[in-house]
Design a protein around this ligand. Structure first.
Ligand code: KIV
Length: 279
């Protein structure tokens, strides 16, 4: 009797997510890059299907998801937990996870260890961290270790206690010069992209032209290679937050409240569930 051994080929699911190389090509071709934040599987699936290029699991999750008034409290493990859901949803978009406050400032070793932990445990494609020359050694170590890094300059919300608020940054000459210098350093160090937050449009355009990597703006005018917004802000879910740079592409807060009050009414007057909705 012959014994037949059947070799079962494992089906390898191809990761067709956008790459950092493709992002550079987009800049070279003048193709704009669209990025939004995401913090959960369900919304990230919709955002990914709708054609977004980059999904950012921002530390704005500290505000949007956890209800804090600033980004500082969120931890590495909480960011990993949220990022896992977004990674499971992402079929086309590159997934970037913010490194939270305190996870990269203490030492280069700790920064690299945390960056690797985030990449390994969440499955994301890259990390983002806030700052310029001060954190350059950490950024260099991460990139040498194989971690793709997105920089973030201008209004860096983790430094809110230093800035004393969330106002426009780099409007004075000295800060603008430092920002341009920092952007060049991040670019030379190998950052695959840089976010510029809440700075004058002319400066953002100057930076975008001066660096080889794609520049993504938020409140930084139209001269950047791409744009990013916080998903809940642009969907109109975050009532009462309306800075000049924000456009509401929907008014979901009204729709959510309308649907919920209809549901409450239907439960109270016993019209829900109907016979058709019952077993
Ligand atoms: O955390 C975040 O949402 C961000 C974006 C505003 C760029 O960093």
């Amino acid at each position: 009797m012959h014994r037949f051994f059947v070799k079962i080929m494992s089906v390898h699911v191809q990761n067709s997510r956008l790459t950092t190389t493709k992002l550079r090509q987009m800049k070279a071709n003048g193709e704009k890059i669209a990025m939004l934040t995401s913090y959960d599987f369900t919304l990230a699936s919709l955002v990914d299907e709708a054609g977004i290029d980059i999904l950012l699991v921002g530390d704005s999750a500290s505000n949007v998801v956890c209800g804090n008034s600033y980004t500082l409290p969120i931890t590495v493990d909480e960011m990993i937990f949220l990022t896992k859901g977004v990674v499971r949803a992402a079929r086309h978009a590159l997934v970037v996870c913010d490194m939270p406050f305190g996870s990269y400032q203490v030492s280069e070793e700790e920064a690299v260890r945390n960056a690797i932990k985030i990449l390994k445990e969440s499955g994301c494609d890259a990390v983002k961290l806030e700052g310029g020359e001060e954190i350059l050694p950490a950024i260099r170590h991460m990139i040498q270790a194989g971690v793709p890094v997105m920089g973030h300059l201008g209004l860096t919300p983790q430094s809110v206690n230093q800035f004393g608020g969330y106002g426009l940054r780099a409007k004075e000459e000295a800060e603008a010069e430092k920002l341009l210098h920092d952007a060049k350093l991040l670019d030379e160090a190998g950052c695959f992209s840089i976010v510029l937050e809440k700075i004058p449009a002319a400066l953002a355009e100057q930076v975008t032209k001066a660096v080889s990597c794609p520049v993504i703006g938020i409140g930084a005018g139209n001269g950047c290679d791409g744009q990013v917004l916080v998903l809940h802000d642009m969907l109109g879910l975050n009532q009462g937050f309306k800075p000049k740079f924000l456009r509401h592409f929907a008014q979901l807060a009204d729709q959510v409240k309308g649907a919920v009050s209809e549901y409450v009414g239907a439960v109270k007057d016993s019209s829900f569930p109907s016979a058709e909705e019952s077993y």
